[in-house]
Design a protein around this ligand. Structure first.
Ligand code: PRP
Ligand code: URA
Length: 210
């Protein structure tokens, strides 16, 4: 495995991903599966969060018990499809802060077009997880990471469902220090920048648009 890339190959993730790829799977089930996978993905992405301790009293004795250190972490959803990963991750970490970056890919140039940006304050002190289910050319995630760096973020990681080898290489060239967590690395991109075999257009599959 390429350094800086973690493949989340848990059998439950792989099983659910197969049903997401299947073109017969309806939108409601696609969204549900993505939400379920996001819990397992977040578990891996957040494995290295730092702990400190606080003194509490159990019914039997005082103890120094572990709690997360520092400011609350921030999930940053790349709209639209990032919302599918975000919701499940918020179930796991309800106190997390949330940022949104609105980007869509121009179908001709495959370059991202930004239409929205809003992130919480003190972003330089928070672990930031940028979530987007698809890493294809990496143009969108590269732009999202650049925006987060511009906003001051220092500890950034990427959580994605499906990646193309070309996208991973490009993201590593542009942001070599940013760890990537993905549930699968597919074969290649087609001439329209779609991941093959992939699952199609994630936003369209989620919301029934075309
Ligand atoms: C999809 C996906 C990523 C992007 C990946 O979004 O959610 O953001 O494409 O492609 P890339 O790696 O080549 O940039 P899309 O632009 O279709 O927008 P949407 O989520 O609003 O449908
Ligand atoms: N965006 C998607 O939603 N799917 C792809 O395969 C590539 C980009």
């Amino acid at each position: 495995m390429t350094s800086g890339v973690t493949l989340v190959d848990h059998p439950l993730v792989q099983h659910k991903l197969t049903y997401m790829r299947d073109k017969q799977t309806p939108s409601w089930m696609f969204r549900r599966l993505l939400r379920e996978i996001s819990l397992l993905l977040a578990y891996e992405v957040l494995r290295d969060l730092h702990l400190t301790s606080k003194t509490i009293e159990t019914p039997l004795a005082p103890m120094d018990a572990p709690v997360l250190e520092g400011r609350k972490l921030c999930f940053v959803s790349v709209l639209r499809a990032g919302q599918g990963l975000l919701e499940g991750m918020l179930d796991l970490v309800p106190s997390a802060r949330v940022g949104h970056i609105g980007l869509y890919r121009d179908p001709d140039t495959l370059e991202p077009v930004e239409y929205y940006f809003k992130v919480p304050g003190h972003i330089d002190e928070r672990p930031v997880v940028v979530v987007d289910p698809m890493l294809a050319t990496a143009n969108s995630l590269s732009a999202a990471i650049a925006k987060m760096k511009g906003a001051g973020a220092k500890d950034i990681r990427v959580a994605t469902l499906l990646a193309a080898p070309e996208g991973i290489e490009r993201l590593k060239e542009r942001h070599p220090e940013v760890p990537i967590f993905t549930c699968a690395i597919d074969s290649h991109l087609n001439d329209h920048g779609y991941i093959v075999p992939g699952l199609g257009d994630a936003g369209d599959r989620m919301y029934g648009t075309k």
